[in-house]
Design a protein around this ligand. Sequence first.
Ligand SMILES: *Cc1c(COP(=O)(O)O)cnc(C)c1O
Length: 358
Amino acid sequence: MKIHNFSAGPCILPQEVFTKTAEAVLNFNNSGLSILEISHRSKDFVAVMEEARDLALELLNLKGKGYQALFLQGGASMEFLRIPYNFLKQNGKAAYLDTGTWANNAIKEAKAFGETLVIASSKEANYSFIPKDYSIPTDVDYFHCTSNNTIYGTQIKEFKSSSVPLICDMSSDIFSRTLDFSKFDVIYAGAQKNMGPAGVTLVVIKEELLGKTNRAIPNILNYQVHIAKESMYNTPAVSAIYTSLLTLQWLKKLGGVQAIESKNQAKADLLYQEIDRNPLFKGTAAVEDRSNMNATFLLQNDAAHKEQFDALWKAAGISGINGHRSVGGYRASMYNALPIESVQVLVDVMKELEKKLK
Ligand SMILES: *Cc1c(COP(=O)(O)O)cnc(C)c1O
């Protein structure tokens, strides 16, 4: 049976990426070696790393604008720590927007380094909306936000301008929509939400911002060291980077971020229309802040209908739509590689439940 994978991450990737990865596991580039066994210093893999770094910048329209792309390990969670290490000055301050669990984890790491201001939060409303009524202080070393809140299904649609460096965790919506990415000074994203398999994180940095903290930074945490070593300070996640490159190539072939954005919009429209139309369901995020990547919703009457709904979507081959363990309900993640046909299957199941209960 065809499985429709709505998992929030690790997530669906394009079928051709799976096929090409499988080929490379057996014989990478006709080298007679597997991508799992080649040296990261081999000519063939160095070329993969160079192309991946270059293509990431190209797709974000950041080439030739003073940015560097790195493929690092430790997940987005490691960047929660690397960011203050590299950008929060001694006796400095940082400002954070608290829009959910991941934003909060980033705040916790920064607090170990210095004064960390939470300038707005929607915690009281269980993170069901994006705070907008705030201004970014001008006396901070940077402002950090989370573009898409994977767990709560909210997404920042408009980014405020600021004179201070803007740092954004884009783990769950990188490469999904067009933005003026040059507004951001650092963008980072764990690969496993929209770019590749788990095990690698893309970090895009405006280079001129580095080296200003007067802090002794351990090499593994130091972005300048990773840039100087061309993202090979230590052994990179060779196979995860290769698969990420294949996904970026797929995206470029498709027409880039602009082309995928309209597909993602169509998928989100299809599902949210049904959530709003169907009297058995309701969305949990504020309408104007709804994420195009992760749609969170509830059954109006969970106790009465959950068993039946769960049986229906499982029978339809749907996988991965249970809400995050911290919030419950349902979450349909519609990352780049998810076809609209899969969203239609989910919508049909929601309609079927309604019919059955008539
Ligand atoms: C999943 C996620 C993270 C954590 O990523 P790891 O790679 O597991 O550390 C951070 N931020 C956002 C927005 C996420 O969705």
